[in-house]
Design a binder for this molecule. Structure first.
Ligand code: C2O
Ligand code: CU
Ligand code: CU
Length: 441
């Protein structure tokens, strides 16, 4: 269901739905069943979303990818207690793009998202509309998630210690809440807007017939230039905007969007698996021509940089005192040896300053998609590991994948004042403590 209405109420609750395997069972959702409504909002509008917590535990909503004031960001400090209502309201003042929303209670984010709480938030603009990208029936928002089901078909969230280490993964892949989905398509170009809404699983997106596809956007909207690829990594929290030309596939063929094998990860990525089936069953010609250049993104100039901060990310060995913070316990996920503490401000950043942040995973053996609240950033460099940026990293990002052995540098201009979190978007790592606070003032 899509809604362009503001004032649409969301209500987190446990709901009886016919889920995934067709059995009548419980999941969590914001409206009717798993996943909330997709909002479609024009840039420039003001949004007002009354939210009621119908769960028996605290929750809230974080607007991932929306540049909202700190008080509306859904920081783990800002909980909505069971039975209470909070009105999220903010002005959308940013480029067009695909964002999403999900709960953010510290130590419970993984569980609440896995149980079904998440939704898409699409921002549209006149600038983007002028490009005449495939729209309507030819634009498909896709939320990819993996679920583990219990014997009655309900969602099972019960990570073991090992699963806290690697991230909680399910064996059942669902798209927009549906298991084994298929979609009939015509022989023309489609725009697939994909969110990896999984807790811990990374996908290497590819088409089963080996055809190339074109990456036109990522977390913060369109890229400055399209790039054609045959596969593309997508980590939890990341979004990509893809053009797939089904006129290159035979009429009456079936083409899967699948995850193909990739390396650099422990127990995932070893085998290919299917995500969604496209049945090419209608001949149709389109006159769609992709512009060779897309709206410009001014590079953030590194000569304006006033500070370089470095963050060692991974599993803390031993303890480290930190600055009056929690002690990192052996085996917990940490940033610079620290685990999350709600009150503590870990980094103080001057308002309107430009900084380079480096995430160092050179000693680690797990992938970490690192995410900042309250801002977009540009990826400057990756050294070690893959030693290059991939297509989706050449625009504005809010989440960047740092594989084992890699150091990734990002550049950020901090224009949004207040206290925000940054963390690994592997939600088990985040809940395990791999999150810090920064304050912009
Ligand atoms: Cu999508 Cu702090 O997260
Ligand atoms: Cu976020
Ligand atoms: Cu991580």
């Amino acid at each position: 269901p899509e809604t362009s209405l503001t004032g649409t109420a969301l209500n987190a609750g446990s709901q009886n739905i016919t889920t995934i395997t067709g059995k009548n069972t419980q999941a969590w959702g914001y409206k009717n069943g798993i996943l909330g409504p997709t909002f479609r909002i024009q840039s420039g509008s003001t949004v007002s979303i009354p939210f009621t917590n119908g769960l028996t535990e605290e929750t809230n909503i974080h607007w991932h990818g929306l540049l909202v004031p700190a008080a509306m960001d859904g920081h783990p400090d800002q909980m909505v207690m069971p039975g209470k209502t909070f009105n999220y309201s903010f002005k959308i003042d940013q480029r067009a793009g695909l964002s999403w929303y999900h709960p953010h209670p510290h130590e419970k984010t993984g569980k609440q998202v896995f149980m079904g709480l998440a939704g898409l938030f699409i921002i549209e603009s006149a600038e983007e509309k002028a490009l005449n990208l495939p729209a309507g029936a030819y634009e498909l928002p896709l939320v990819i998630q993996d679920k583990r089901l219990n014997t009655s078909g309900g969602i099972d969230y019960s990570p073991t210690m090992d699963e806290v280490m690697i991230g909680y993964m399910g064996e059942t892949i669902i798209v927009n809440g549906v298991h084994s989905p298929f979609h009939n398509v015509a022989t023309r170009t489609y725009r697939l807007r994909v969110l990896n809404g999984s807790n811990g699983r990374i996908y290497n997106l590819a088409l089963s017939n080996g055809n190339a596809f074109t990456v036109i956007g990522s977390d913060g909207g369109l890229l400055p230039a399209p790039e054609t690829v045959t596969d593309l990594l997508l980590a939890p929290g990341e979004r990509v905007d893809l053009l797939v030309d089904f006129s290159k596939s035979a009429l009456n063929s079936e083409v899967y969007l699948q995850s193909s094998v990739f390396s650099g990860v422990n127990s995932q990525g070893r085998q290919a698996f299917k995500i969604v089936k496209f049945v090419v069953n209608k001949a149709e010609t389109d006159s769609f021509k992709l512009p060779t250049s897309l709206p410009e993104i001014a590079p953030i100039s590194s000569s304006a940089t006033t500070k370089i901060r470095t963050f060692d990310i991974g599993v803390g060995m031993g303890t480290s005192g930190g600055h009056g913070g929690s002690m990192a316990m052996k085996g917990m996920h940490t940033i610079n040896g620290k685990v999350y503490s709600g009150e503590r401000i870990d980094e103080s950043v001057p308002l309107n300053s430009t900084e380079i942040w480096e995430f160092n995973n050179s000693a680690g053996d797990e992938p970490h998609p690192m995410h900042l609240h309250g801002t977009f950033f540009q990826v400057v460099s990756r050294t070690g590991g893959r030693s290059r940026l991939i297509a989706s990293e050449k625009g504005l990002k809010d989440t960047v994948l740092v594989m084992p052995g890699e150091k990734v540098r990002i550049i950020i201009k901090f224009t949004n004042a207040g206290k925000f979190a940054f963390h690994c978007h592997n939600l088990e790592h985040e809940d395990d403590g791999m999150m810090l606070n920064f304050e912009v003032k």
